[in-house]
Design a protein around this ligand. Structure first.
Ligand SMILES: [Zn+2]
Length: 198
């Protein structure tokens, strides 16, 4: 899909599977650069500067982390790792319940596309522009990569809880509105992609 910005993160390697099974939602801030309390109040230009710094962080070899996409608080989308070719490094130690194959699958980076939202969903709401951008991006990815149904969309918190790793991940957090994103995707993709019982 055509994104507003395209970067080439160095934190990637070749895809391990010939299909993507799920999409993992994360949040990200850089506390050394700005406190989250300030980020949520940033105007468009200031936030764009911050967005570019996060892109640089996710592309630099020193961070050793990345995601396929980053969504800023004004809805801008950057592609950092091309999911057609590469695996990004976003999920770490993780396990996902595949409700289609009915089994646990480990190492979600191998089969999960990663999307980062700027923010902290345990402290502040995400913006409506972020939900619009996320819905559009997920809809395109689901169609392009034939991801089987919309509950293949999961949070990092779900695939990396205390049973899976000693340092469970908290993102995208309690303020992330799963119902909203599921409903929008369902509305636009239709029954064929509806939620399945797990
Ligand atoms: Zn995460």
């Amino acid at each position: 899909m055509n994104c507003h910005y395209t970067y080439e993160s160095k934190n990637k390697d070749d895809r391990r599977a010939d299909y993507w099974s799920c999409i993992v939602i994360h949040h990200i801030t850089l506390p050394d650069i700005a406190k989250i309390e300030d980020v949520v109040l940033m105007g468009r230009e200031e936030e764009l500067e911050y967005f570019k710094k996060i892109c640089d962080f996710l592309c630099s070899t020193t961070s050793k982390v990345s995601a396929h996409y980053l969504i800023g608080r004004y809805g801008q989308i950057a592609e950092l790792v091309d999911p057609k070719k590469y695996r990004a490094w976003h999920a770490g130690k993780s396990a996902w319940w595949d409700s289609k194959d009915r089994l646990w699958k480990y190492h979600v980076n191998n089969f999960g596309i990663g999307i980062e939202l700027i923010g902290d969903g345990n402290k502040f709401e995400y913006t409506k522009e972020q939900y619009y951008a996320l819905e559009l991006l997920c809809r395109n990815l689901i169609l392009e990569f034939k991801i089987p149904h919309i509950n293949c969309l999961v949070g990092h918190e779900t695939i990396s809880n205390g049973y899976i790793r000693p340092d469970p991940k908290p993102d995208p957090g309690i303020f992330f509105r799963w119902n909203r994103i599921y409903f929008e995707l369902y509305k636009n993709l239709g029954n064929e992609y509806g939620l399945v019982n797990v």
